[in-house]
Design a protein around this ligand. Structure first.
Ligand code: IMP
Ligand code: MG
Length: 181
């Protein structure tokens, strides 16, 4: 991936396309094993917008029966996390179903803490999380990640679904951004 032309905003490629794709296959294989003998439907809930590419790649390697759903939250207002607001709810009824939340990145933990607590009130059989990236240095709330892609340092990253002010989401790799003044 050395031939990538990074723009002025991007410092370096943190995780290249091949590495991401290989890891997504491994995560799907783990999910296939763990949910192989399902007693009820598995609902994958993608957290919009950041998870849509990760989710799309992940489900194409799933062999277990599942349905895809989405939820939209806003947790970042001008770079400040903490205030989680529900923008669009899921459509599927979670009662007696297995739920797997698919999230792009675990930062403070506010988003996933909110979702886990909210979904558990809806009577699911189980609620677990699949998270592509984890920034352990940023955690405020403890979150249990069942399927983790990569651990990364405390830097702002873009690409593979993740954005900076809606830019860079469709890069096929994860890049580190220059700190924005
Ligand atoms: P949390 O609620 O603080 O864990 O924040 C999670 C959300 O913040 C993620 O779902 C992302 O939308 C966003 N976020 C946190 N760090 C980054 C980053 O480095 N790049 C892009 N989005 C990020
Ligand atoms: Mg997100």
């Amino acid at each position: 991936m050395s031939d990538i032309t990074l723009t002025d905003d991007l410092i370096r490629v943190l995780i290249d396309e091949e590495t991401i794709q290989a890891r997504v296959v491994e995560l799907a294989q783990q999910i296939n094993r763990d949910y192989a003998h399902l007693d009820s439907t598995l609902i994958l809930v993608g957290v919009l917008k950041g998870s849509f590419i990760f989710l799309a790649d992940l489900v194409r390697h799933l062999e277990v029966d599942h349905v895809v759903d989405f939820i939209a939250l806003s947790s970042y207002d001008g770079g400040q996390s903490g205030n989680v607001r529900l923008l669009m709810d899921t459509r599927e009824n979670m009662e007696d179903k297995h739920v797997l939340i698919v999230e792009d990145i675990l930062d403070s933990g506010n988003t996933l803490d909110y979702l886990m607590r909210n979904f558990r009130t809806r009577g699911p059989k189980s609620v677990r999380t699949a998270v592509l990236l984890d920034k352990p240095d940023r955690h405020i709330l403890p979150i249990d990640i069942a399927y983790l892609g990569f651990t990364i340092p405390d830097v702002w990253v873009v690409g593979y679904g993740l954005d900076y002010n809606e830019k860079y989401r469709t890069l096929p790799y994860i890049a580190e951004m220059k700190p924005q003044g």
